[in-house]
Design a protein around this ligand. Sequence first.
Ligand code: ADP
Length: 739
Amino acid sequence: MTSVLLNRQIAAAFGTCEEAPLKGALDALQSAGLSDLAANLVNLLVEIEDTYDRHAEIERRAEKARRLVACLDLTGDVLCEWDLVSRKIKQSSAWQRRFGTIGGAPVRSIDDWLEWILPDDRAMVGERLNTVLQRRAPLMEIEHRMLDPDDGWRWWLLRCRVSVRDGEGKPKRLLVLHRDITDQKRSEAALVRAKEEAETANRARGAFLANMSHEIRTPMNAVVGMTELALDTPLDDVQRGYLETVKSSADALLTIIDDVLDLSKIEAGRLELESVVFSLRNVLGDTMRGLAVSAHRKGLEVLLDVAPDLPDRLYGDPTRLRQVLSNLVGNAIKFTERGEVAVEVSKLRHSGMSLYLQFVVRDTGVGIAPELHEQIFDAFMQGDPSTARRFGGTGLGLAITNRLVKLMDGQIWLESEPGGGSTFYFTARVAAEPNAAAPSFELPTGLQGRAVLVIDDCPHALALIARMLQQLGLEVDTTDDASRVPALVAERARVGRPYDLILADGGMPAPGGLALLQTFDNVLLLLANHAQRQELARSAAVPSRPHLVKPVFEDNLFDALRAAFDVADLRRLELARFEVDEAAVLGLDAAEPLNVLLVEDTLVNQALAVQLLTKAGHRVTVANNGVEALEWFEQQPFDLILMDLQMPLIDGMEATAKIRAREASRSWAVGEGPRQCYIAAMTAHAMQGDRERCLAAGMDDYISKPIRRQALNALLKRAIDHRRAPKGELSVLLQNWTG
Ligand code: ADP
């Protein structure tokens, strides 16, 4: 080994020192026979060179070590090595600085150091150290506390691994790293404390709100309940008005309380959605029917368009879905003065059990300025203040809606311009069986292919209902002009394909709407106006006729059509063909027109009676109640007064008594003055004894509602006879009639 090295070194020395005097010296020594000396000299030189190399290597390593220490210093970590045999700690300077002396006492051994660990943590640290020493884990990390006499307890992270083991694998040395994590621990603790405090405050707020709302709700329910009871008692109009205001204000207050409670529940993350099975169409129907009342009161058209491919049986939270819809549709109605509010529902996608729905709520109302499109979804934010004042509200609705939509994994956005109406879109995820089919509304084969005529002056409504009818398998004609109906019907009858049914918007003025009932027997009315509906249901002009309430839904359209076809079929048996000739239908002798005062408080009955009378050529004045009747009576003579019995202010009986009293006090009572006016009661109370009571109250005649053409014709004839007859014959006429 030495000789190889020697040869290499000699070769190198001689090879590189050609001109050096050393070569000459060696040559001289060799030639002088002093080869040993020359060899020793070479060895010496090689040794010097080796030493030099080693020194340079040591220097390099020392530099590396210095750099490592500097890096370690930068991290703030403290490194040391434990000698597990001598239990001494080989300390770095950083370690010296941190742990060299604690509380004035020097720390040299592992045991010295362990002394300062918080007693509670000591056992845990020992246990974890054993996991590394016993090779159960290559590396160990633990957080523990140590006493720092200057700064109380500090948190340390201890990380270690065995650096040297003996031949038997027993650990001899342990490399240990300490990191001060006190600041991190303190901020963690502060965060936990803050979170706990926030949770406590939230719980307190939730409990407070729940209590408050309960406390407010209890008396409010009493207010609402008692007001409802009071409204059921006899009241004059003024009192009724006061109480109705109390009721609607109480209802509004309850809504606000619910909103505030909902919002706080959502904010506190305490609102969870249900997942129950529900019928989509029922939820839509119930929601829209409820809201349509206020829309119809404003004269707005309400439309619902559900994509035919949507399954009906869904899983989700119907209450919250209804809440979102009610809010958007409620706003649409609130902020729309004329036109329509339309809701469209369609399927975005169906993957697995998840069905994504898209809802569109479109109105033709005041619209929203672009800069408010985001803001209005914030709590207590309303659009422009003047609009907010005009329409009222709390600014909570959309905030709640927005959060509910998010809970349903959906999004909400809008398109709107001031004056150009608004369209709100929202999506929602519900669950549906992957193969859930849309409900199929199929008319029995016998009814398919039947011809129907639809009359509506709202183009959107007309198109929508025509589409629904076509989907049901009917042959559909449409018109928005009711005056064309007789011609259309006649034409159809002429070619031998008469309409089986006429679907007509109940809100159109004569000759459309309710007036069609008088002309055609096969009319299915689409009623919008709440008053119309109630009236039709109560005193139904033609009680056996089915009608439909707008907005029209597939399911109730289906039911109504079946009922209507049944009725129409029955009628067809009675009548050879539809009566189109109005004069023939009315069959009245209008040669002697009467001046009639119609005293009636409900619009539908007014409209019907006016239609019948004017078409027969009589002149009609309408009084809405007994008080107006008396005013008209003072102003001009009438041949006939058709007097409703139940009316606000002054009812029919009282009004008749007053009219009779006034007639009696007039001078015509003496001699041949004007005869008594012919008064006929019109009443829905076709009860035993009604007729007698009316006659006793001073009336001459009696007709029961719903008014039938024949009965009215007979009544008008008697009124004409009364006008013709001299005073003395009145009793005979009456006898003829009552007999
Ligand atoms: P509010 O109870 O005041 O109606 P919302 O949160 O429901 O509260 O609505 C916030 C605001 O958004 C309303 O005050 C109104 O200015 C505007 N807005 C909402 N819907 C409509 C709409 N369909 N047409 C016009 N403005 C609307």
